[in-house]
Design a protein around this ligand. Structure first.
Ligand SMILES: [Zn+2]
Length: 177
């Protein structure tokens, strides 16, 4: 690591700190020649993820491919390009955190569904219809029911908490005002 001012390769580390929630190490360095101080970051190397396709072929994970699939499902749904990028980011981060470097294309499909489910109902059903290769109206209805059930679960889970919050907040409000 050369000094950015005088290009001298020798420096000493003044301080090392964990950064980016433990994903990198930040080091404060001082040039031994001109005493200029600078900062370096050390990152964990990203190991490529291998995708096992239905055909049995293997290829390296390609985020633009995942994005293309989602873009198609989200056409005219009002989901912003930024939200789509975020979904792909989340999926890639989730895959990077796994111990195994190999993932099947169906696992990626399930991950996409997991994120679309919370994002947009139409996009979720569209993606599911392509990905699960719907054979007829029955598959469609099943997926729709599955989606409804999981949304109802979420609503039921959040409802009591909200009521509790209101009850907890209420005694401290208004009488003095
Ligand atoms: Zn220097």
């Amino acid at each position: 690591m050369r000094c950015p001012v005088c290009q001298c390769p020798d420096n000493r580390v003044l301080e090392s700190r964990s950064a980016e929630s433990g994903h990198s190490v930040r080091r404060r360095r001082e040039c031994l020649q001109c005493t200029h101080r600078f900062t370096t970051y050390e990152r964990i190397e990203f190991v490529p993820i291998v995708v096992l396709k239905r055909s049995g072929e293997r290829e390296s994970f390609d985020r633009s491919k995942v994005l293309r699939g989602i873009v198609r499902a989200c056409e005219k749904t009002g989901v912003s390009p930024m939200q789509l990028e975020n979904v792909v980011d989340e999926i890639e981060a989730e895959l990077q955190q796994r111990i195994t470097r190999e993932v099947s294309s169906s696992e990626i499909g399930e991950l996409v569904l997991k994120y679309l489910q919370t994002l947009n109902e139409v996009a979720y059903i569209r993606f599911a219809s392509v990905y699960k290769q719907f054979q007829g109206i029955r598959d469609f209805v099943e997926t729709l029911n599955h989606l409804r059930e999981s949304t109802e679960c979420i609503e039921l889970e959040t409802l009591p908490a909200e009521t509790e919050n209101r009850a907890a907040v209420a005694p401290f409000m208004s009488p003095s005002r």
